[in-house]
Design a protein around this ligand. Structure first.
Ligand code: HEM
Length: 390
């Protein structure tokens, strides 16, 4: 676990700076899979080690009291909770996902896909703007009862939350922190308003229990988390899916011939281009990972995007391969904090894909049409221009 500064770009905004972050991950995995950075955080990149950390009960989600994270505008978010607070918020959010619950989301998903796709005419189009962002935004807004007029604010807040998370909770990022506080205040008022009404929006069936257990302010902050987590990652899943299919005409043809491969295409996209690239944990005692001792309260950054391309786990990990067995990858996390919204994200991607295959016989890349986001915590495209034709 060397302390050299070779991989400093991993700290934030590394994708633009490095061009190819996967070359960086390859080097980390083989040379120092548990790497202590000069700024003392530790980065874990190998699949087996990341998976073990995700399920180790000694790896806490709760930032130590003195850390930047515990003072950040995100401190009340579910992903940074443990114990009874975590259980209460998680139980409230899981309610609509229980059993056949997610089937009720389908009309909202199909409505958004139709709204944003049917009017598209042949030609070159930035699909991130046209539908990859617009569809998940609309779905989450409808499922949380956010009025359409407020959706542009959701986009601004989401960008701020992305930057704040990538800034490593640095409180110097005042503007983004303020935007996230504003988002929490909006959702606190939204929760209060909903509790006065008769009917709750679909994703908020557990809101009364949530407010009883954690209070209105913490509930509001977590509605903000749900609004953010409930669409930002899905945006990237959809654009990555189209990016890879357009780059691999043989795989696209295979999918057209065998539409049941849609589930493989989604799983393979999540493995190859994992939307959440950094997950934080803090050991509650001195622990050993991959032969390295880590002191209590060290910030340990797990890199699922590196783990999901680990050649020890996946044959030819850099290849987009729809025939790859849909085995376990770590895109949705693992253990007690595993993603709540997986069924919704996959439903949106499936619906979008089915619509696209029906509408366009041509889905091709366009020279110079790709721009990656400069964010090392979220892997995503700012812009993806594709040639579409019926
Ligand atoms: C492609 C889409 C998605 C990806 C890749 C993704 C990924 C993840 C990951 C990796 C975690 C675990 C974080 C950790 O261990 O600290 C997580 C947690 C979570 N996700 Fe997702 N997610 C997606 C979509 C969604 C959607 C659509 C929703 C809501 C409707 C959602 C809600 C949540 C929530 C509330 C948590 C926190 C769970 C907890 O801390 O107990 N996610 N997600």
């Amino acid at each position: 676990m060397q302390g050299e500064g070779r991989w400093v770009g991993i700290r934030s905004g590394s994708f633009k700076a490095f061009g190819n972050v996967y070359a960086l991950y390859d080097a980390m995995r083989s040379e120092a899979p548990v790497w202590r950075a000069p700024w003392d955080n530790v980065y874990v990149s190998r699949f087996d080690l990341v998976a073990a950390c995700l399920t180790d009960p000694r790896m806490s989600h709760l930032p130590p009291a003195h850390s930047d994270a515990s003072n950040s505008a995100l401190r009340n978010w579910l992903i940074y909770q443990e114990g009874s607070t975590h259980a209460a918020i998680r139980a409230a959010f899981q309610k609509p996902f229980a059993g056949r619950g997610p089937a009720a989301f389908k009309p909202f998903v199909d409505e958004a896909v139709e709204l944003h796709c049917t009017a598209i005419s042949d030609g070159d189009l930035d699909i991130v703007q046209a539908f990859a962002r617009a569809v998940p935004e609309r779905v989450i807004a409808r499922l949380l009862g956010v009025p359409a007029a407020d959706m542009p604010r959701l986009r601004v807040w989401s960008m701020a939350a992305r930057e704040l998370l990538d800034g490593g909770f640095d409180t110097a990022f005042d503007e983004t922190a303020n935007a996230v506080s504003e988002m929490s205040a909006y959702f606190t008022a939204h929760a209060a308003m909903l509790l006065e009404g008769r009917e709750l929006p679909m994703l908020l069936a557990g809101l009364p229990d949530l407010v009883n257990k954690v209070g209105l302010d913490v509930a509001g902050a977590n509605l903000a988390l749900l609004a953010f987590a409930g669409h930002e990652t899905t945006v990237h899943l959809i654009s990555h899916l189209f990016y890879h299919l357009a780059q691999a005409p043989d795989q696209l043809a295979m999918l057209r011939a065998e539409p049941k491969l849609a589930a493989n295409a989604i799983a393979e996209t999540l493995r190859l281009e994992t939307p959440i690239q950094k997950i934080c944990r803090w050991p509650t005692e001195t622990i050993e990972i991959g032969g390295h001792r880590l002191a209590k309260d060290t910030l340990v950054v797990l890199l699922p995007g590196a783990a999901n391309r680990d050649p020890r786990r996946f044959v030819e990990p850099g290849r987009f391969d729809l025939r790859r067995p849909v085995g376990q990858n770590l895109a949705f996390g693992k253990g007690p904090h595993v993603c709540i919204g997986r069924a919704l994200a996959e439903m949106e991607a499936r619906s979008m894909l089915a619509a696209a295959l029906g509408l366009w016989s041509v889905i091709e890349p366009v020279e110079g049409g790709v721009r990656w986001m400069d964010n090392s915590s979220f892997r995503g495209l700012d812009r993806l221009v594709l040639r579409l034709a019926a």
